[in-house]
Design a protein around this ligand. Structure first.
Ligand code: NAI
Ligand code: MG
Length: 503
């Protein structure tokens, strides 16, 4: 596998990885194929990598099952913690290379990639700290009986990850799964397979027992679906679209799989007229256009109190118009391209839908087709005003740089609009009135509510959705619970068991 660079142009040759990472080895696909990956800033092929087929998935699951029964099961919690720390350290030592690959494959700004790769070390260190604290209970039940619980790994985990932040979404699953003692088959998204393969290459220095971590890419509806259908997989941890999660639930019913789902949102970001408007507008701009709109946590419905509505909407549109859209490697760029062609068309389709529904276009509203950016998947930061919450543009997740600005009159109406959605992942609100801030936060149906900030996501804070936004939580102490099951052991201390049929 080669990845050559020159000083002037960065990556010049095609990145290639023609093998899958299974059982601690690089193996050629049995029934998979070689696939191309596109650089979304140029629209050109920049990598060729192996995709698994169905039989490769079966082989990866066997590897994970054997590892689960093998020496790994006798590793002490402290040894697992040490492994997690070694893996975390990779993200610090190799951040630049991983970031360059991820930025190339996914189109996120190089500096954003660098920041989110570096921070991943903290997730492994955090769950390393939990690996030796997975304690059970002793249960006082009656004299002569001892009851206690132990917490054991749920089994082989299938981690199905998306393309919007490829390594971070993998890390959110891998770190707690390993802390719990599970073994894992990671299936990366077909659009962004490269950085996880590079991570697998780095793993070779970490003394991971063969089969504990297996990494493959492959087509979702066939190869991802095989991972879900496989009776040897006990749990699926998935990030992606809720319709895929529904499909996974149906397929995984075969052996009553356990699930963790993170399925996106249409998050309300509420600005009251008593907010510190300057900072609220900073946050509203960032929460609309960060990661080129391709984040589940974006404040894609900006709810603004009517007395400050025009002021906020116009300032947001002015800021959107000034955002420097550019190549991911360009240090001056502030927003990159959409990650792949299908997402580009989806975003453009929703822009047309919004126009057709009668929303007022205040900024952007089109693909950038001139100059160097014309060949890539770039969309101008887009602001729609006078959006009614019943419009599709306010109800369906777009996953592009498109924000809908919705007016409201009072607290009650803000809460009603905020909750009038199928989703419930995140929400934000801006108010200087501390009573109002907590009162409103307590009534919003979302897994995370930010007050006077937005999109503050950390390893130690539980993250996940209400309603159609998901199932279970990632991050925080409870994340590890999703990879454990409880065994109750009951001991008779008396040595006696009466004959129930004595006359
Ligand atoms: P998706 O849910 O189809 O893909 C996510 C992952 O699931 C990929 O690894 C894919 O290969 C896999 N997958 C797809 N179908 C599968 C199946 N039947 N069985 C097992 N695995 C399967 O999402 P997609 O199509 O890439 O994006 C569509 C929309 O979903 C986006 O526009 C966005 O609105 C939303 N989305 C939300 C994400 C989030 O962070 N919550 C991440 C990605 C997408
Ligand atoms: Mg899909």
């Amino acid at each position: 596998m080669e990845f050559n660079q020159t000083k002037e142009t960065g990556v010049t040759e095609i990145y290639t990885q023609d093998k899958l990472y299974i059982r601690g080895q690089w193996v050629a696909p049995i029934d998979g194929e070689q696939n191309e990956s596109i650089d979304p800033s140029t629209g050109k092929v920049w990598a060729r990598v192996a995709f698994a087929g169905v039989r490769d998935i079966d082989s990866a699951v066997s590897a994970a099952q054997e590892a689960l029964a093998g020496p790994w099961s006798r590793w002490s919690p402290a040894q697992r913690a040490a492994l997690l720390r070694r893996i975390g350290a990779l993200f610090e030592a190799h951040a630049e290379r991983l970031a360059e690959l991820e930025s190339r494959d996914n189109g996120m700004l190089l500096r954003d990639a660098l920041a989110n790769i570096r921070v991943q070390a903290q997730y492994y260190y955090y769950f390393a700290g939990m690996a030796d604290k997975l304690e059970g209970r002793t249960i006082p039940i009656e004299d002569g009986m001892l009851a206690y619980t132990t917490r054991v790994p749920v089994g082989v985990v299938g981690a199905i990850v998306p393309w919007n932040v490829p390594l971070l979404t993998m890390t959110w699953k891998l770190a707690p799964a390993l802390a719990a003692g599970c073994t894992v088959v990671v299936k990366t998204a077909e659009q962004t397979p490269v950085s996880a393969y590079e991570f697998a290459r780095l793993l070779e220095t970490c003394d991971v027992p063969p089969g504990v971590i297996n990494i493959v890419s492959g087509i979702g509806p066939t190869v991802g679906a095989r991972l879900v259908a496989h009776p040897g997989v006990s749990k699926i941890s998935f990030t992606g679209e809720h319709r895929t999660a529904q499909e996974i639930m149906r397929t995984g019913a075969v052996n009553l799989k356990r699930y963790s789902f993170e399925c996106g949102g249409k998050s309300p970001h509420i600005i009251f007229d008593d907010a510190d408007l300057a900072h609220a507008i900073n946050a509203a701009t960032h929460s609309s256009f960060a990661v080129c709109g391709q984040s589940c946590a974006l404040g894609s419905r900006l709810l603004v109190q009517r007395s400050v509505y025009t002021q906020v909407a116009e300032e947001l549109a002015r800021r959107a118009g000034r955002i420097r859209v550019g190549m991911p490697k360009d240090a001056a760029a502030q927003m990159g391209p959409q990650a792949h062609a299908e997402q580009l068309s989806k975003t453009l389709r929703y822009i047309d839908i919004a126009k057709g529904e009668g929303a007022t276009l205040l900024a952007g509203g089109a693909r950038i087709s001139e100059g160097d950016l014309g060949a890539g998947y770039f969309v101008a930061p887009t602001v729609f005003a006078n959006v009614d919450n019943k419009m599709r543009v306010a109800r369906e997740e777009i996953f592009g740089p498109v924000v809908s600005v919705i007016p409201f009159d009072d607290e009650e109406e803000a809460i009603a609009i905020a909750n009038d959605t199928d989703y419930g992942l995140t929400a934000g609100l801006w108010s200087q009135n501390i009573g109002r801030a907590h009162r409103v936060a307590s009534r919003i149906q979302a897994g995370t509510v930010w007050i006077n900030t937005y999109r503050y996501i950390r390893w130690a804070i539980p993250y996940g959705g209400f309603k159609m936004s998901g199932l279970g939580r990632e991050n925080g102490m409870e994340a590890v619970d999703a990879y454990l099951q409880t065994r109750s052991t009951v001991v008779n201390l008396t040595g006696n068991y009466p004959d129930m049929y004595a006359n």
